[in-house]
Design a protein around this ligand. Structure first.
Ligand code: 2P0
Length: 351
């Protein structure tokens, strides 16, 4: 008997230009374009195995060993349905293919990092889900085509189907057919940029991104300014900085956009706070580190960015990473549980 099973994995991505706000909550169409760096190391990934079998009685999914309900019309159901439709199309075009689109699927997904700690687990999770179904169904779809489906699982997931520097173009159409991810530059274009993750807190966050961003859309006047007058210019400028490997410009735009994202969170009614005192102290440290570099006639040496949680991601050229780790460790004594949380150099724990 043939076994129809495939495994795929997808990495986390961290946005430099933040996605925050939907114009269509069902299709997951954003109010602005965004741009991220994919962290393609082995220790920040979701790995997903999908299996289609006629003996299964329904579609089922396990996340880190715990079964999750696949709600009718929900995000998981939508992604599975869309992938199945692509397989069905293929089977209709080529009648010699096994008719596995009709079989229920069982899906098991694992994250090798804390789930829902502001470390973009939904991004790698839905990207891995779509990639594993694409492998199971042997689809010829390219990454941008798959990103249209991953987007409907979680917006930021569309960016995790590419490595390197990735833009999610917001698109204009009401059906979402032009809202997908594209590669701005592959990782090899600028391998010198490294990311340092400072885990300030690995507990589940208070306000989910999904509900938080819609409150921002409904109540924040600053978000309207950001959408119209800030993000379009920043998308163009950071893409240019990446193409030119201009770290100074990349760092300025990245930090400014993190600041504005947290400003629109604060501008929400009631206000949303994702950073804490430790997050702000890390900002102060990076600001000072950069100030000294510039005062000595140099350029910016590091950029911080924060998502919907207190954990810092610091982008920096490789030559500065050791110095930054030493600074962080000096000013933020390590809690036992955060000591090298991923078992590898490159992710510092901070309390
Ligand atoms: C980003 N974040 O661009 C931004 C920055 C958080 C802050 O994408 O509702 O989990 O599933 O589309 O993708 C978090 O939002 O939200 C996010 P949904 P998602 O990475």
């Amino acid at each position: 008997m043939t076994v129809y099973q495939a495994t795929a994995s997808a990495p986390v991505n961290i946005a430099c230009i933040k996605y925050w706000g939907k114009r269509d909550t069902k299709l997951i169409l954003p109010t602005n374009s965004s741009l991220s760096v994919t962290l393609d190391q082995d220790h920040l990934r979701s790995t997903t195995t999908s299996r289609a079998d006629p003996s299964f009685d329904k579609d089922r999914l396990w996340l880190n060993g715990v079964e999750e309900e696949i709600k009718d019309g929900g995000r998981l159901a939508t992604c599975i349905k869309e992938m199945r439709a692509l397989r069905k199309q293929l089977e209709e075009q080529d009648p010699s293919l096994p008719k596995i689109a009709a079989f229920p699927v069982h899906i098991a997904s694992h994250n090798n990092f804390p789930t829902a700690a502001g470390l973009a687990s939904s991004a790698s999770g839905f990207a891995a889900l779509v990639a594993s179904l694409s492998a199971l169904y042997q689809l010829p779809a390219d990454a941008s085509r798959l990103s249209l489906i991953a987007r409907q699982g979680s917006g930021s997931a569309c960016r995790s189907l590419f490595g390197g520097f990735v833009a999610w173009q917001m698109g204009e159409r009401a059906d979402g057919s032009d809202s997908y991810a594209v590669e701005v530059a592959p990782r090899e274009h600028w391998p010198d940029i490294h990311a340092l993750i400072c885990v300030v807190n690995d507990e589940k966050k208070g306000t989910s991104s999904t509900s938080g961003m819609q409150r921002t859309v409904e109540t924040s006047p600053l978000l309207q300014h950001r959408i119209k007058h800030v993000v379009p210019q920043r998308m163009a400028a950071i893409s240019e900085a990446i193409r030119a490997r201009d770290f100074d410009a990349f760092a300025r735009i990245t930090m400014a956009d993190s600041n504005q994202f947290h400003a629109v969170a604060l501008d929400t009614e009631p206000p949303i706070f994702y950073m804490n005192d430790v997050s702000r102290a890390i900002i102060a440290l990076i600001v000072e580190y950069n100030r000294v570099a510039v005062a000595n006639g140099g350029k910016l040496k590091a950029a911080y960015t924060y998502d919907a949680g207190p954990n810092a991601v610091i982008y920096a050229p490789k030559e500065n990473i050791k110095e930054i780790v030493e600074l962080i460790v000096k000013y933020f004594p390590q809690a036992e549980k955060f000591k090298d949380p991923f078992g590898l150099f490159g992710a510092a724990g901070v309390q």
